[in-house]
Design a protein around this ligand. Structure first.
Ligand SMILES: N[C@@H](CCC(=O)N[C@@H](CS)C(=O)NCC(=O)O)C(=O)O
Length: 221
């Protein structure tokens, strides 16, 4: 009567017992970061496979083929014999698994939460893409694709320290994006610091986030 192959149901998710949850992503915050925050907020045990840009062949030349993912990409999630990709899909799975549905927001706010979530996700990718460009093109992308969106986020946040009354995915995604913007473009960030600094601070002071940021697990920019 070994329990090696038994299956548990956790929050409507079938999990083989002793299944590790593995998150695969670059050893950078970016698109994998909201997923880490969702897990950290729930104090859910997970391990990470972190790929480095300097040894990108570990991903492109090996795991991308060998992990048997249906749609190989980073981030990916492996939970026992269950595997998925697409960061938003993974976020939804983790919210269900950790029973943190409150992060979606309530009622019609859910769609405004997702509005901020998807705008920020795209903006994070745009900030990263801009860092690969040289001077003039970098400045052009900053002016045309990044700063206008940052200003929109500033307007929606107004002078609040979170987007809604309670913590939601909007805060998690916006924190990831704005913190990345601050670290990447510190000079340009200054004009937004008055509004964004208190927002960043409130998120950083959530006890589990604070512990996580102080741990080895957290990839500092
Ligand atoms: N729509 C995908 C995009 C994933 C994506 O663009 N991943 C980038 C990093 S953010 C990557 O390096 N993917 C590895 C690959 O293309 O093999 C998602 O949201 O997960």
């Amino acid at each position: 009567m070994g329990c090696q192959n038994s299956t548990n149901q956790v929050n409507n998710i079938q999990i083989k017992s002793n299944s590790n949850l593995v998150l695969g992503y670059w050893g950078l915050p970016l698109r994998g970061q909201p997923l880490r925050y969702i897990l950290e907020l729930a104090n859910y045990p997970y391990t990470e496979t972190k790929y480095t840009l300097s040894q990108a062949t570990e991903w492109f030349g090996k795991d991308k083929q060998e992990l048997q993912l249906d749609f190989p990409n980073l981030p990916y999630l492996i939970h026992g014999d269950f595997t998925i990709t697409e960061s938003s899909n993974i976020a939804n799975y983790l919210i269900q698994l950790t029973n943190q549905q409150y992060l979606y927001g309530e009622g019609q706010d859910k769609y405004r939460v997702d509005n901020i979530r998807f705008v920020c996700d795209e903006l994070t990718a745009k900030i990263f893409a801009s860092t690969l460009q040289k001077d003039e093109e970098k400045q052009n992308q900053l002016n045309t694709q990044i700063l206008p969106k940052i200003k929109q986020i500033q307007k929606v946040l107004a002078s609040q320290t979170s987007f809604f009354k309670k913590l939601t995915l909007a805060d998690i995604y916006a924190y990831t994006t704005l913190n990345y913007f601050k670290k990447t473009y510190p000079k340009e960030y200054q004009q937004f610091a008055f509004d964004f600094d208190p927002f960043l601070k409130i998120f950083e002071e959530i006890p589990r986030i604070k512990n996580y940021h102080q741990s080895e697990k957290y990839d500092k920019l």
